[in-house]
Design a protein around this ligand. Structure first.
Ligand code: FDA
Length: 501
């Protein structure tokens, strides 16, 4: 409640926040978490907590009156649809030249993501974060993250004939035809559960077009792993539908004063509260944390934050693309929403590219191969406070995706050539091949060792820490949540030893 004093407050319940909460509570320290989204535990009138991708309703989007699908066109027409405005689970946050997809809810991005649990290539990790001891990361923290996240792998034998992975087998075969290698990708979705879905002995989730608006079963999201373990200590409290708006040194005594708005499910502020905390961990995600800190520096709450706060944001080189297959290469009407195969061209010296073979879960045969490519895009944007609107802008420019398109085209042009096929130009606009105006993997904004010390401490403000994807310098070469989780594990271990004596 307002006026409370807590030892530790964590802003956001995604990967960084959840790791921090688990390790602190296990160390005997009570933790209060604040999350702007809902706690997704109560079924709606249809008996389900989340809606699927074929029939989106208000639960799908954070305060939008129309869906804002990543693949938002089909056969020359937009196919977004009207929905009631509600505090739904997926936010499409619009900046001047890009849309950033993020989750709103207890569990952060784990609620809506594809569950792909990928450890980055060691040589690339050493390149992006050279000050971090790679031995410790690869021997201790990546394994710890994967184990606690529940990462598991598809049984290759089952995969080889499962109808729901025909799209992945087609995509892998075509990549092979063009000379590219493909790899299995671990996932946090339970593959034993998925096998039961396909066998008809468990309710379908991944096989029922559920993913970006949440999964009703099978997915080991953070609320079932890190956060459940933290709650089991008896030392965790979570306040959903509370949005932090300000953090500043407490007027009296030590610690920080944290201001938050309590929201109802229509997004209306129903109360404003202020609590004080000895220590505050920013786990609001790359965009959420960067926006809060940039606003606090500009408006006087935290004026002595370094210039590097708000810098170094990148989109992990994300770009999406679809290919049209011939009638004799069907991709399947039943597609698992959890990707398990990636085209691994990351070691290409000129155009590194790691492309996930994505589902197109339309529930009907469409002969489409869809991919989310991750490329090495050197462009980095900054967040800046806009004194006119009082908001925070992101200076990403539309043309900055060109290096990503070039690297992805290097792969998919070759696949098209090998197969005699063409791109779909109807999925991301009218006659538009590349889905390059949105991002699933926002990274950076408070880069480790630049905006913070080497463990996430913010300079000049003892007791303030950054713990999420904003620490990663814009790129990690693969889907990012394992990197975010492992780095948070490493950082909190050091902070517990040195700052909680
Ligand atoms: P994260 O975004 O998870 O959590 C931040 C939390 O803070 C959110 O719950 C937010 O509501 C809350 N918050 C923000 N501002 C706040 C405020 N002011 N007050 C209170 N709370 C606030 N990655 C991967 O590795 N494999 C994959 O398969 C995928 N797939 C994928 C699909 C889709 C559709 C998306 C959108 C994303 C992915 N990702 C992914 C990316 C992955 O989900 C993402 O990198 C992580 O969730 C980021 O973790 P963080 O801890 O940085 O923040």
């Amino acid at each position: 409640g307002s006026g409370d004093h807590v030892p530790v407050l964590v802003i956001g319940t995604g990967y960084g926040g959840a790791v921090t909460a688990l390790r602190l509570t296990q160390a005997g320290i009570p933790v209060a978490m604040v999350e702007m989204g809902q706690s997704w535990t109560t079924p709606g009138s249809d008996g389900k907590i989340f809606c699927n991708m074929l029939n989106p309703d208000g639960r799908a989007y954070w305060l939008r009156t129309e869906t804002d699908q990543p693949v938002s066109y089909f056969l020359g027409a937009p196919y977004n649809k009207a929905i009631p405005s509600y505090a739904g689970v997926l936010d499409s946050e619009h900046f001047a030249a890009t849309r950033v997809y993020q989750s709103r809810g207890v569990g952060g991005g784990s609620l809506v993501n594809g569950g792909m649990a990928v450890v980055p290539k060691r040589w690339y990790f050493e390149e992006i974060l050279p000050q971090v001891d790679a031995d410790a990361m690869y021997d201790v923290y990546f394994p710890r993250a994967n184990a606690t996240l529940g990462a598991n792998s598809v049984d290759p034998g089952w995969y080889g004939s499962a109808s729901c992975y025909q799209y992945a087998r087609v995509g892998s075969g075509q990549a092979g035809d063009a000379g590219f290698s493909t790899v299995f990708v671990p996932n946090v979705y339970s593959f034993p559960y998925m096998e039961r879905e396909l066998a008809g002995s468990a309710p379908r989730s991944a096989l029922a077009s559920e993913v970006i608006y949440g999964n009703n079963a099978g997915k080991q999201s953070l609320d079932k792993t890190y956060l459940a373990a933290a709650a089991a200590t008896g030392r965790l409290s979570i306040s959903p539908l509370h949005k932090v708006t300000a953090v500043a040194p407490a007027a009296v005594g030590s610690g920080y004063s944290v201001t938050m708005e309590q929201l109802d499910t229509s997004g209306t502020t129903v109360a404003v509260k202020t609590v004080t905390a000895d220590k505050v961990f920013f786990g609001a995600g790359s965009v959420g944390t960067s926006k809060l800190l940039v606003a606090m520096r500009a408006t006087g709450g935290l004026p002595d934050l370094p210039d590097a706060v708000g810098q170094g944001w990148g989109n992990n080189g994300n770009v999406m693309v679809g290919r049209a297959n011939y009638l004799w290469a069907p991709t399947g009407s039943l597609q698992s929403c959890m990707p398990v195969r990636g085209i691994d061209n990351w070691d290409d010296p000129t155009y590194p590219c790691f492309a996930e073979i994505s589902p197109f879960p339309a529930g009907t045969e469409l002969w489409i191969s869809l991919y989310l490519a991750i490329t090495k895009n050197p462009n980095r944007a900054a967040f800046s406070f806009n004194s006119t609107t009082g908001g925070v802008d992101l200076g990403w420019q539309a043309s900055w995706t060109q290096p990503s398109i070039t690297a992805a085209a290097n792969v998919f042009d070759r696949i098209n050539k090998a197969e005699g096929t063409i791109y779909r130009t109807d999925l991301f606009g009218v006659y538009r091949t590349w889905g390059d105006d949105f991002v699933y993997h926002p990274l950076g904004g408070c880069v480790l060792g630049q905006a913070t010390d080497l463990y996430g401490r913010l300079p000049n403000y003892p007791g303030l820490y950054v713990t999420d994807g904003s620490l990663i310098p814009g790129s990690t070469g693969v889907n990012p949540f394992v990197t975010i989780t492992a780095l948070a594990e490493r950082n909190i271990e050091n902070v517990i030893v040195n700052d909680f004596g």
